[in-house]
Write a protein that binds this ligand. Structure first.
Ligand code: UGA
Length: 435
């Protein structure tokens, strides 16, 4: 089989590379000439474990290629995937669909045989139908169908999520389109992955429902964590105690500084706007958005409190700035709220991140960037862990203590054990645990 993938961002590049690993011929298209040149040279523009090898292997096998030319990419394809960005539209919180619609226009101009046009980007309900009518308007006689095939991969574990998903959701506009999609995902049928075959609208909404549900789950445990602190309970035990109930499930019950990233903040807001627009408000998600925004901002206050109520003239060492580990992505990272608030309160911030510093340096002026974790600590008044990179999980505590001016640690990811930290002589605070 043969497909074209429009957009070489996270979803496009990972999905394209993974489909080629399934044996499909994939041509990835992007308008960014520099990016395409880099990809052709084998350079991967994002940090994603395993992606470089996967791309190199499939390029060498002749199944994966990159081009600026959509016409060339669409030659003889069974399907063309739209995997362009759908960022938050300035001013109103809706998803900005201009890239999706521009891609639809260009696809229309190049259709010359039956093709399934698939949206893989996260798009509001109704976008697939709009893509269909754009193409129909430009090319009334063209042979095509539209489909929606939302992606559920997580940054940092994207390849595993694509290759061994919990399910695949396909919204198909016709049986012919459904058949093409089934053939594309054939390797997953062999490992008995459930395929949810549904209408376009249902598939589009399913993606938002999944992300907003997970965002609500995280926000729930974050509020329970706050309550635990007030009543002397341990949020990890509560999470385990409820998560073992199969109806609740263990995952996404880890408390922290609030969810970030390129998806949850954008998708919660977009679904809230869609729901308001059609007169069926999602009040739970409206509250989730509000709580999470406030939570990220409130995290700086915890650090100030741990420093005795003021950080004026003090140095705060920050470990981790990306929104989660194993990515260099800074989008909506809690660090973007926390670090400026600390600076505003008079602190000097020295920070280190294994992958995100390049982008972070652009977004966080005035931060002193260290070469490694220990390099951040020298004579600092406090260390705050903002991202749970593995390399921060087993620091030499004696060395940490000797480097800091005061042995104060604020662990916003709960990667250390409170008892161990107290025994090691730290003033230690974490989220939702006694001690
Ligand atoms: C998320 C979804 O998990 C994917 O299924 C989805 O495909 C993707 O969005 C998308 O729409 O493209 P991602 O944003 O990569 O994936 O990262 P997650 O692992 O879901 O983490 C999101 C945020 O929630 C992070 O800030 C993380 O620290 C936070 N989180 C996650 C918690 O605070 N606690 C948890 O228990 C889990």
């Amino acid at each position: 089989m043969r497909i074209a993938m429009i957009g070489t961002g996270y979803v496009g590049l990972v999905s394209g590379a993974c489909f080629s690993e399934f044996g499909v011929h994939v041509c990835c298209v992007d308008k960014d000439a520099e990016k395409i040149e880099r990809l052709k040279r084998g350079e991967i523009p994002i940090y994603e474990p395993g992606l470089d090898d996967l791309v190199a292997r499939n390029v060498a096998a002749g199944r994966l290629s990159f081009t600026l030319d959509l016409k060339e990419a669409m030659q003889g394809v069974d399907a063309v995937f739209i995997a362009v960005g759908t960022p938050t539209r300035r001013g109103d919180g809706h998803a900005d669909l201009s890239y999706v619609y521009a891609a639809a226009e260009e696809i229309a101009a190049n259709l010359d045989h039956y093709t399934v046009v698939v949206t893989k980007s996260t798009v509001p309900v109704g976008t697939g139908r709009e893509v269909e009518s754009i193409i129909r308007r430009v090319r009334p006689a063209a042979e095509f169908d539209v489909a929606s095939n939302p992606e559920f991969l997580r940054e940092g574990s994207a390849i595993g999520d694509f290759m061994r998903p919990d399910r695949v959701v396909i919204g198909a506009g016709s049986e012919r389109a459904a058949e093409v999609m089934r053939r594309l995902y054939r390797p997953l049928y062999l490992i008995e992955t459930p395929i949810v075959l549904t209408s376009l609208e249902t598939a589009e909404l399913t993606k938002y429902a999944a992300n907003t549900f997970l965002a609500a789950k995280i926000t729930f445990i974050n509020e329970i964590a706050d309550l635990c602190e007030k009543v002397g309970a341990d949020v990890h035990d509560v999470a385990r105690g409820i998560g073992l109930d199969g109806r609740i499930g263990k995952k996404f019950l880890h408390p922290g500084p609030g969810y970030g990233g390129s998806c949850f903040p954008k998708d919660t807001l977009a679904l809230v706007r869609t729901a308001q627009q059609v007169g069926s408000p999602l009040r739970i998600i409206e509250t989730v958005v509000d709580i999470n925004d406030k939570r990220k901002k409130a995290m700086a206050e915890r650090i100030v409190a741990a420093c005795g109520g003021s950080v004026e003239g003090r140095t705060v060492a920050v470990l981790g700035v990306t929104f989660k580990p194993n990515t260099d992505d800074m989008r909506d990272s809690p660090s973007l709220d926390i670090i400026p608030a600390l600076q505003k309160a008079g602190a000097h911030v020295r920070a280190f991140d294994p992958a995100g510093m390049h982008e972070a340096a652009r977004l966080l002026p005035g931060v002193e960037w260290a070469k490694d974790a220990y390099g951040t600590l020298q004579d600092a008044d406090c260390v705050a862990i903002l991202t749970e990179w593995n390399e921060f999980r087993a620091l030499d505590l004696k060395r940490v203590k000797a480097s800091l001016k005061r042995p104060v640690m604020v662990d916003l990811r709960n990667i250390y054990n409170p008892e161990d930290m107290v025994r090691a002589g730290f003033s230690y605070s974490s989220i939702g645990r006694p001690g």
